[in-house]
Design a protein around this ligand. Structure first.
Ligand SMILES: Nc1ncnc2c1ncn2[C@@H]1O[C@H](COP(=O)(O)OP(=O)(O)OP(=O)(O)O)[C@@H](O)[C@H]1O
Ligand SMILES: [Mg+2]
Length: 557
């Protein structure tokens, strides 16, 4: 790829391009409602896809799903193409993978409680410091005892056990207040009622499933249905943060590439920062800063640039600013801040222009060939080739059915974990209940639909993912805590009432098998993250942090 490969984003007197080699210097798309943010995002995302860069974005209003269908007939898009003199403008459908935390409008996305870790879980459950401390202890006990925390049942069961044994745990772990445990349990219940429970479990998302190209070399456009999810803003923000952290943790350092490996669009970005505790904020800033060298570009989309902390705003090299209103003093401040973040252009006053921009018009400033921002330009944004607006339910269903991931995530798997151990429901048939081990790109589950030729090429082969991800990151041990699985206990007479076997069983079992198993699991995970050489020197405690994944290691700092 040539050094100046670039996405055509818009034009005024001169064409404006987003250089792929600096696309990992992050970006911002801002503007008041209805000013053209979503269309700009679509144009840029299509540009990445056309260059073979897969992207991820959350579809807050459902209007991004049209990228999966050929557009090109929208009168406003045609008019814009004519205005900008785009030769041969026409429609094109882009390879889209639909995802949905609730499993309704796309492939379900799941992860395990262990992988989310105590820090994000505490935020998700809105815990205070004391309660977060207790949650930390729960995770430590799970690590120590080799108990798998996969889904909510597991966390509930362990919390229950902790409440019952609070007294004896205090010596080793410090004060474990039953009241705090009670609060955590109640919050878990609320989250379940909001549908959050489905997000925790297996099969857990394998990131390389998102980082792929179609057979023609176009990057996948991963779209998360977020309309329902937005009703639980905290779950939305925590999920996106988790995904970002997973990318951060599992991708290797790559330095400067000629194009990014993956681009992450963060819509309604203010939700990430709204009342986030200081420690979390500084870690988000850190992740954003460091993820760049892993070849990931992060683009924040928000109405008001003041919604983002200055330290994050300062890291966003590529900017699109649509119109802002200037009715209130806060509005006026936003206009001023937005204007001041641009390198000035003598030809016009940026602050004034921001209030005058029409729909689909914006102030642009991208990084030039030396990585320095161009002076701000007032431009009309290029029209997307995919459809502007939503795909129909039938179109979406067809895309999902033809997806290269059809059948892989659709059915939840509930294997033996903390819940079964603590409630004495361990079965000797447990090993068979374990899903077949996936080995990255080699472990594709046989498709459940007949072989067809779809937009992703003939099934069941997955040529692009194989080619793209040879030796790619993210091939961590799967599942991560597998080795920590305690052996099924020897059958012993059940004394406790059915379904309610007390601490002694689970913990005695875990004590016998768990400690060494947990150590093995930690080493396995450490190997995956740090490479074999270092693994031996990494102790179980570090491994434990790695196992918890997600900001776990970095958030602790
Ligand atoms: N670059 C463009 N070319 C042609 N039409 C455009 C362009 N940008 C915006 N439009 C038109 O303006 C409409 C509104 O744009 P868009 O949905 O992107 O606004 P938005 O800023 O995302 O609004 P909201 O904040 O409500 O989500 C589009 O449906 C489209 O008809
Ligand atoms: Mg929009």
């Amino acid at each position: 790829m040539s050094d100046d490969a670039a996405i055509f984003v818009g034009a005024s007197t001169a064409d404006q391009y987003l250089l792929l080699k600096y696309a990992n210097r992050h970006g911002l798309i801002a503007g008041a409602t209805g000013t053209g943010k979503t269309v700009t995002l679509q144009t840029i995302a299509e540009g990445f896809s056309a260059y073979g860069v897969p992207v991820f974005m959350a579809d807050v209003k459902g209007d991004l799903s049209g990228v999966s269908q050929a557009g090109g007939s929208n009168p406003r898009a045609l008019e814009r193409a004519k205005q900008l003199g785009i030769d041969g403008y026409g429609g094109r459908a882009f390879p889209t993978i639909f995802w949905d935390l609730f499993g309704e409008k796309g492939h379900p996305i799941r992860t395990t409680v262990s992988e989310v870790g105590p820090v994000l879980m505490a935020r998700l459950l809105q815990l205070n410091e004391t309660q977060e401390g207790v949650l930390n202890i729960v995770f430590r006990i799970a690590d120590q005892q080799g108990l798998l925390l996969l889904d909510f049942k597991d966390l509930q069961a362990l919390l229950q056990w902790v409440a019952e044994n609070a007294g004896s745990l205090t010596t080793e772990f410090g004060n474990v207040s039953k009241q705090s445990v009670g609060t955590i349990q109640r919050q878990l219940l609320t989250l379940s009622q909001q549908g959050g429970e489905g997000f925790f479990g297996e099969p857990a998302l394998v990131l390389t499933d998102m980082i792929r190209c179609d057979p023609s070399g176009y990057g996948a456009i991963n779209i998360l249905a977020a309309d329902r999810l937005m009703q639980s803003p905290r779950l939305y923000a925590t999920f996106l943060l988790w995904l970002l952290s997973e990318l951060f943790e599992s991708l290797p350092e790559v330095g400067d590439l000629d194009k990014p490996k993956f681009v992450f669009f963060f819509d309604e970005a203010h939700l990430l920062f709204d009342d986030a505790p200081k420690a979390l904020l500084s870690r988000i800033e850190q992740v954003v800063r460091l993820i760049r060298s892993k070849g990931v570009g992060v683009y924040f989309i928000t109405q008001n640039p003041l919604d983002l902390p200055e330290t994050v705003l300062g890291q966003l090299g590529n900017r699109v600013q649509h119109a802002l209103r200037a009715f209130t003093p806060r509005d006026q401040r936003a206009v001023k801040v937005a204007a001041e973040t641009f390198r000035p252009n003598k030809a016009f006053d940026a602050a004034q222009a921001i209030t005058e921009l029409s729909v689909g018009e914006a102030l642009l400033s991208f990084l030039d060939a030396k990585g320095v921002p161009f002076p701000v330009e007032r431009c009309f944004i290029a029209p997307p080739q995919g459809r502007i607006g939503p795909a129909t339910a039938e179109e979406r269903a067809a895309v999902i059915a033809a997806s290269p991931l059809a059948g892989r995530y659709d059915t939840a798997v509930d294997r033996q974990s903390a819940y079964e151990v603590l409630t004495g429901r361990v079965t000797s048939a447990a090993p068979e209940a374990t899903p077949p081990r996936r080995r990255g790109q080699y472990g594709s589950v046989p498709p459940t639909v007949p072989t067809t030729t779809g937009p992703w090429g003939p099934r069941p082969a997955e040529p692009s993912s194989t080619a793209e991800h040879e030796g790619a990151p993210g091939q961590r041990p799967e599942p991560r805590l597998k080795k920590a699985q305690p052996q099924p206990p020897a059958p012993e007479p059940r004394k406790a009432p059915a379904g309610r076997q007390r601490d002694s069983v689970g913990i005695a079992v875990a004590k016998a098998a768990g400690r060494s198993m947990a150590t093995i699991a930690a080493r396995e995970a450490a190997k995956a993250v740090f490479g074999r050489g270092k693994a031996a020197s990494i102790g179980a405690s570090v491994g434990g942090a790695v196992l918890r994944g997600v900001l776990g290691s970095i958030l602790r700092g």
